[in-house]
Design a protein around this ligand. Structure first.
Ligand code: ATP
Ligand code: MG
Length: 377
């Protein structure tokens, strides 16, 4: 079988690595350069998008910010999974909020802003403090504002206006600021026949809006809540593939933050920590194969490598420490790779995280250092 992935970044790369043992080959379409490439080597494949679509058995996506005309072309072939509606919902916070409401899952109170009058209405409806998020194009905390005080309204409005004027389709979604205890996410898969398999929840630590550290956790009550919401959202989209849902944990009650209609950074730990990883399960689902077990096989944490292109070799010498590079050129803050750390029990995982922290620069890996400090104290 051959799969065409829309997007040619690290997620396409890891999908192609996971598909290979199943004899599933992959090509990737770089949406920004309009080129078909090999997802591992980035070597250009001399094909137009139409030719790549014709050559593929299945088409999927590694990200949600895909121009709608490209989605329409893929949709026409009848080969696209999960569905163009799912991708659109992941890429537009207005559609996403409607999806969450229609699926009956709890999410933060919100109000859609198109002009200044809407902004004033949002302040009434949602209240201060609030988080403002661009409806289109947001990722890694970009395109967001925090309104903490009424005195900031005019200054923030100037910036919001610029954002609104940048595209005729743009809008801003105002959201109640959620005083969460922690952030968790659920990654899972749904097959064409409606079978759902979810991984254990991951607890996520973000630094400046970017995921830094994810740890698989054992939290039966939260897991049950999360799985119910996951199933509701996946069923309402008639979803096929891996889907991720980010949650706020407020006093043991989960509120959906956002969804990602694809494999997700907070699921990278499954490469070492689960029976079958998220990449393989996505490939299996979109290719119509049975889903693999999502069972946790080892305690695992994942550390994102941001803006660094070398790590001490001592890490490779550590048992249970696995480095995954993405083959990208170094840029400040860029997701360059990740480290998966596994252990037989959680105390051992904590000890390993401390050991890893000792090898890593505190400025480049602040979350690991913070966690190590907490473990030691
Ligand atoms: P990514 O695509 O990397 O997940 P994003 O740009 O889509 O990020 P969000 O996940 O919506 O953005 O927000 C980024 C982070 O900002 C969240 O992980 C959370 O820490 C914080 N945040 C977002 N919305 C709220 C909210 N309503 N209340 C409190 N904190 C929030
Ligand atoms: Mg997020």
């Amino acid at each position: 079988m051959h799969v065409l992935v829309l997007g040619s970044g690290q997620l396409a790369r890891m999908m192609s690595l996971a598909g290979a043992p199943l004899n599933i080959t992959m090509s990737a379409y770089d949406v920004t350069t309009d080129r078909v490439v090999h997802p591992l080597t980035q070597a250009v494949i001399e094909q137009t998008l139409d030719q790549a679509i014709a050559a593929a058995d299945v088409i999927t996506a590694e990200f949600e910010h895909i121009p709608h005309d490209i989605l329409a072309i893929c949709d026409k072939s009848g080969k696209f999974r999960p569905s163009t509606d799912a991708i659109k919902a992941g890429g537009d916070r207005r559609l996403e909020k409607t999806l969450l409401d229609n699926s009956g899952v709890k999410n933060a109170t919100y109000y859609v802003i198109n002009n200044r009058a809407d902004f004033d209405a949002a302040i009434q409806h949602v209240g201060i403090p609030m988080v403002l998020k661009s409806a289109l194009g947001g990722y890694d905390g970009k395109g967001q504002w925090r309104l903490k005080d009424a005195a900031q309204v005019d200054t923030i409005w100037q910036e919001m206006q610029e954002c609104l004027n940048s595209s005729t389709h743009q809008a801003i979604v105002a959201e109640q600021f959620v005083p969460f205890d922690r952030e968790v996410s659920l990654v899972g898969a749904r097959s064409a026949s409606g079978e759902v398999a979810v991984y254990p929840l991951a607890e996520n630590i973000h630094v400046n809006g970017v995921l830094s550290l994810s740890t698989a956790i054992d939290a039966p009550e939260l897991q049950e809540q999360a799985k119910k919401m996951f199933t509701a959202v996946a069923n309402s989209l008639d979803y096929i593939g891996v889907l991720a849902i980010e949650f706020f944990d407020v006093n043991g009650e989960l509120l959906v933050n956002e969804i990602a209609p694809r494999v997700h950074n907070s699921g990278h730990w499954t490469q070492q920590g689960a029976e079958v990883c998220q990449f393989e399960n996505h490939v299996r689902a979109v290719c119509g194969l049975p889903l693999g077990s999502t069972k946790l096989v080892r305690e695992t944490a994942m550390i994102n490598i941001l803006g660094e292109d070398t790590l001490p070799n001592a890490l490779l010498a550590m048992e249970g420490c696995h480095i995954h590079w993405y083959g990208k050129d170094k840029r400040p803050g860029r997701k360059m790779g990740h480290i998966n750390v596994t252990a037989d029990y959680s105390g051992e995982l904590q000890r390993k995280l401390c050991e890893i922290a000792d090898h890593l620069d505190e400025n480049a890996f602040p979350a690991v250092h913070e966690v190590a400090q907490k473990i030691r104290s």
